[in-house]
Design a protein around this ligand. Structure first.
Ligand code: 4AD
Ligand code: MG
Length: 463
């Protein structure tokens, strides 16, 4: 008999049929006439209660079963008399698939702190919290594809290994096959001879798939990337990882306004659908942590986002300087504290800030007519701050070359990028969504390390 997942049997099964389920024991309770095992199999938030009669041969196996053991049970599914559960399984046959060591199994029935659970990343997906988080993450990834596929966007698989620094921030992990203890040197120099390295020149892990995504947007029209990106930034915060997933749409024949419209349509649609599809998991998280506020998420999905220019944002923030650690003045970057203040105190919801000073942003953003700002936009959300960053791209060869020169970006390295402006250039735009930040926002989890299977941050690569 094929095993049914707990999700399948709760969704479809009628009582009074024989089934097989398999899972991990959450708890065991014995009385004189019965034993109760509660098992979960990760397919959904619910657990299934197994009832073993003292008269059944399976009863003898119970001594080998403790919290954390993997078991399989065959039996009769029947309506449960217990409160809070629809079905229970009257066990006729029990198999211990994987015993556990009850004395040192770290997940006991009592609740554990999120900090403690980070130390056992290999086991935490078995908890209610992390089961819900990782199922939600799956839902959000699925919805990203659904949103773009239904609108005719092509999913682009851009490279992980690259020789260019998209954001120009120098926060890249180098990739090399040279002998680190004794690398080849240039003649009479201490400089490393990268012509001897695997690619014949320095190579890195990508910080963004955007530049290559533009190849496809400028030939297929509308595309999106969705994959891992890497940043060697020394940020030990609850919002930064060294390895995270980014989703980057790129749209041709489009300007900043189109880009903001797409970002807003996308976020509102994904939030609305996630609340539907992951209702049970969100309810579970809300019950445990008082967040997310699902009603608020529904309201966000139903309400147009406010949009203000960077200059307006500074006008709002500057008089509040006393509340902030970092200075606010025209030309200074918005820090998370400023972003959250704008969303949480001023707007009470998501907010799009656009037209940032050019000196704060990357080389590829389109220079506005004021020559002081670029056509950039960030989407900020309560609790998280920046969740999306994007821009209209500089599509004029001369202006792009000037910007690159001013920023000391060697033209020779990015001739292909400039070429895209020489051969049938069109206005185009795009943005990057930090996938883990989306998971944080929808799940209400406060730390990015709690929405990531194996978080990577400075000094952290245990699992
Ligand atoms: O604003 P960023 O740096 O934009 C880009 O990389 C552009 N190339 C995107 C584009 O226009 N196609 O990054 C985009 C988003 C941020 O808004 C943030 O949500 C997330 O990526 N992000 C991070 N998430 C986790 N950890 C980090 N260290 C992150 N850095 C950026
Ligand atoms: Mg950004």
């Amino acid at each position: 008999m094929k095993r049914l997942s707990i999700k399948q049997l709760l969704a479809a099964a009628e009582a009074d049929q024989n089934i097989v389920v398999s899972g991990w024991v959450r708890s065991k309770r014995e009385s004189k006439n019965f034993a109760f095992l509660s098992i979960s199999d990760g397919s959904c938030a619910a657990v299934l209660q197994l009832v073993v009669d003292a008269s059944s041969p399976a009863f003898a196996l119970l001594k080998d079963i403790a919290t954390g053991a993997a078991i399989s049970a065959r039996g009769l599914l029947r309506a449960s008399p217990g409160a809070g559960q629809q079905f229970e399984l009257q066990v006729s046959e029990l198999t211990v698939i994987g015993e556990t060591s009850p004395l040192d199994y770290p997940l006991q029935k009592k609740g554990h702190t999120l900090e403690f659970l980070r130390e056992i990343a290999h086991l935490r997906p078995r908890t209610n919290t992390f089961g819900a988080v990782f199922r939600l993450r799956n839902t959000l990834a699925f919805l990203i594809h659904q949103f773009f596929q239904e609108r005719g966007f092509v999913w682009a698989q851009t490279p992980i290994l690259t020789a260019s620094d998209c954001e120009g921030a120098g926060q890249m992990f180098q990739v090399s096959t040279l002998d680190m203890k004794n690398p080849p040197r240039l003649p009479n120099s201490s400089e490393i001879d990268y012509s001897k390295d695997f690619f014949g020149k320095p190579a890195h892990l990508t910080v963004s798939g955007q530049l290559e995504g533009e190849f496809l947007a400028l030939s297929l029209g509308n595309i999106y990337t969705f994959g891992p990106t890497f940043r060697a930034e020394n940020s030990n915060t609850a919002r930064h990882l060294a390895e995270f997933w980014m989703m980057e749409p790129e749209i041709a024949f489009a300007d900043l306004e189109d880009n903001m419209d797409l970002a807003e349509d996308f976020l509102r649609w994904v939030i609305a659908k996630a609340v539907e599809r992951s209702a049970e998991d969100l309810r579970l998280l809300a019950g445990l942590y008082k967040s997310p506020d699902v009603a608020l998420l529904e309201k966000v999905a139903a309400t147009p986002f406010q949009r203000i220019s960077y200059t307006e944002a500074i006008t709002i923030l500057a008089p509040q300087q006393k509340k902030f650690h970092y200075p606010v003045a025209w030309g200074s970057d918005l820090q998370t504290e400023h972003e959250r203040f704008l969303c949480e105190q001023v707007v009470g919801g998501p907010l799009i800030v656009y037209n940032y000073p050019k000196d704060l942003k990357a080389f590829y953003m389109r220079l506005n007519d004021d020559e002081k700002t670029v056509a950039a936009m960030d989407v900020l959300v309560p609790g998280v701050g920046e969740i999306i960053g994007g821009s209209q791209r500089e599509d004029r060869v001369a202006v792009l070359e000037q910007r690159m020169q001013a920023l000391h970006i060697p033209l020779a390295d990015l001739q292909w990028y400039v070429d895209l402006r020489r051969f049938g250039s069109v206005p185009h735009a795009g943005f990057g969504l930090g996938f883990e930040r989306l998971v944080m926002y929808v799940s209400g989890m406060q730390n990015i390390r709690d929405v990531t299977l194996c978080p990577r941050a400075p000094g952290l690569i245990t699992f």
